[in-house]
Design a protein around this ligand. Structure first.
Ligand code: PRP
Length: 211
């Protein structure tokens, strides 16, 4: 029997929206809906398996070819400097990157050196380079909103979805940076070796997006 196509899917926010899209195009996702603690689930109609992983690991598995395709946010792709093909903008998982500060603070005022906390140091550095600003960047693993509140940083570069986390913690957007959404990525060798299977699945998903 042919090896199943492996699709690495980012656990959490993108998971349910991906399942909804796959069901919309008629794929049986029962195993994903009843996954329990299992991490590799069959997607029988597509001759595929879904591998549930953290976002950065989706890139690692696809880049190394142990998964053929992946579904992951553009934020993670940009932060990773990976060599993957992006085949489809899935349109969901929409968020915006922003520079945020404590309410009422003018980040750009004064000449004192500034510190930024972020889960995305590469994106943050590239943004401030584009502004010709020299800032120190501190990598934080999560709940990055804490850093300015605790006095570790003057601002954060982070994704904003509803804005609730900023609002409820006394922070506000100083600058919008760019928009992101979920992307379907593919391993470059898989795209050559399993072109037909991949294209057929991608076309099917694309039709679901258009409906
Ligand atoms: C993300 C992001 C913000 C929050 C934004 O964090 O880093 O903290 O969501 O969403 P909102 O605008 O809808 O409030 P996530 O929930 O992924 O958790 P983490 O900070 O622990 O990584």
């Amino acid at each position: 029997m042919a090896k199943p196509l492996r699709i690495a899917l980012t656990k959490g926010r993108l998971e349910q929206q991906t399942i909804a899209l796959m069901e919309k195009v008629g794929l049986d996702c029962q195993s994903l809906r009843e996954k329990g603690r299992r991490l590799i689930l069959p997607l029988p109609d597509a001759g595929a398996q879904v591998v549930l992983a953290k976002a950065a690991d989706v890139i690692t598995y696809v880049e190394n070819g142990v998964c053929d395709m992946g579904i992951v946010g553009k934020d993670t792709i940009l932060e990773s400097s990976s060599s993957l093909y992006e085949l489809l903008d899935l349109g969901f998982g929409r968020c915006r990157f922003a520079l945020a500060v404590k309410q009422g603070v003018d980040f750009f005022q004064g000449y004192a050196p500034k510190t930024i906390a972020t889960k995305y140091p590469r994106i943050a550095r590239s943004y401030f380079e584009s502004q010709s600003m020299d800032v120190s960047v501190v990598k934080i693993e999560g709940s990055v909103e804490l850093a300015p509140l605790l006095g570790l940083a003057d601002g954060i570069v982070d994704i904003v979805e509803t804005g609730a986390t900023l609002r409820e913690n006394g922070l506000e957007v100083s600058r919008w940076i760019f928009d992101i959404s979920a992307r379907l990525v593919v391993n470059i060798a898989s795209l050559k070796l399993r072109k037909e299977e991949i294209e057929s699945l991608v076309n099917r998903l694309e039709q679901g997006l258009g409906q």
